[in-house]
Design a protein around this ligand. Structure first.
Ligand code: IPE
Ligand code: IPE
Ligand code: MG
Length: 245
């Protein structure tokens, strides 16, 4: 169903969407299941949501999968999540990047803290899919503050002595993607939880009560409908006000 085709995306420049995939634990708890079952259920819907966003003409999707703060969780949950990320990349994602030549997966965040096995899988997938037009940035051990500090240090190491917004933007983890036009958070919490702090300066923000494993394509359609109703001014005035002045 292409209710929001490419023309509409171009008209309002909806080309970059970021999602905070929250609520897996509560989804499991509501069913009397272990939290880890919520993460498994959450992983199952990722591919369908990505395909739907691509069908809507969006070229950049950034998904928050694991934050720099999520290491605080019990070791058992963290270990299970790391194994799930590995299995997901090694099976589902590897198959997609081998079969679909338009799909590029970039893993954003500090890879150093990931196991060697997981880090190598991330690199393999990035290398296989580099340069393709539909970009999915998967945020794994990602922190917005870490992103900014890492970008600043990389710029300094490259010899920059004074940073500008333009220079820093070149070193940020998502430098291959435009800043998100729209950020969606599932799970009902109105906070950013250290996601894309630099990049979301003028993003539209939508919070859904729906828990991530329950999210449907229709929920995405509704978010996009809301996005088109928003009036983005970027600090300026509406065009008709500007013309009057
Ligand atoms: C999001 O779901 C997944 C990760 C942070 C890894 P949660 O695990 O945070 O689920 P809730 O918020 O506890 O329901
Ligand atoms: C944000 O969810 C991180 C991810 C979805 C990966 P959290 O569940 O970690 O966020 P808080 O702790 O509720 O802020
Ligand atoms: Mg949560």
């Amino acid at each position: 169903m292409k209710i929001f085709g490419k023309d509409k995306s171009e008209e309002k420049k909806l080309d970059s969407v970021a999602i905070i995939m929250d609520g897996n634990g509560r989804w499991a708890k509501a069913r009397g299941l272990d939290r880890t079952m919520g993460h498994k259920a959450g992983a199952k819907i990722v591919q369908g949501i990505l395909e739907h966003l691509r069908d809507l003409g969006i070229h950049h999707v950034t998904l928050y999968a694991f934050s720099t703060e999520n290491w605080k969780r019990p070791k058992r949950e963290v270990d299970m999540l790391m194994e799930l990320f590995y299995q997901y990349l090694d099976t589902v994602v590897l198959k997609i990047v081998k079969e679909d030549e338009s799909f590029c997966m970039r893993i954003i965040g500090d890879k150093q803290r990931l196991s060697e096995k997981l880090r190598n899988k991330c690199i393999e997938i990035e290398e296989l899919s580099a340069g393709r037009p539909f970009i999915c940035n998967l945020a794994l051990n990602y922190g917005g503050r870490d992103d900014i500090v890492n970008a600043a240090n990389s710029a300094i190491n490259d010899g920059h002595t004074e940073l500008t917004e333009e220079i820093l933007s070149r070193y940020i983890y998502t430098s291959s993607s435009p800043d998100p036009d729209l950020v969606i958070r599932t799970g009902g919490d109105f906070r950013i939880s250290n996601f894309l702090l630099w990049q979301i300066a003028y993003s539209e923000f939508i919070v859904l009560d729906t828990l991530w494993p329950d999210l449907t394509n229709e929920d995405i359609d509704r978010c996009i409908e809301h996005f088109y109703k928003r009036n983005r001014r970027f600090g300026g005035l509406d065009p008709e006000e500007t013309n009057k002045a």
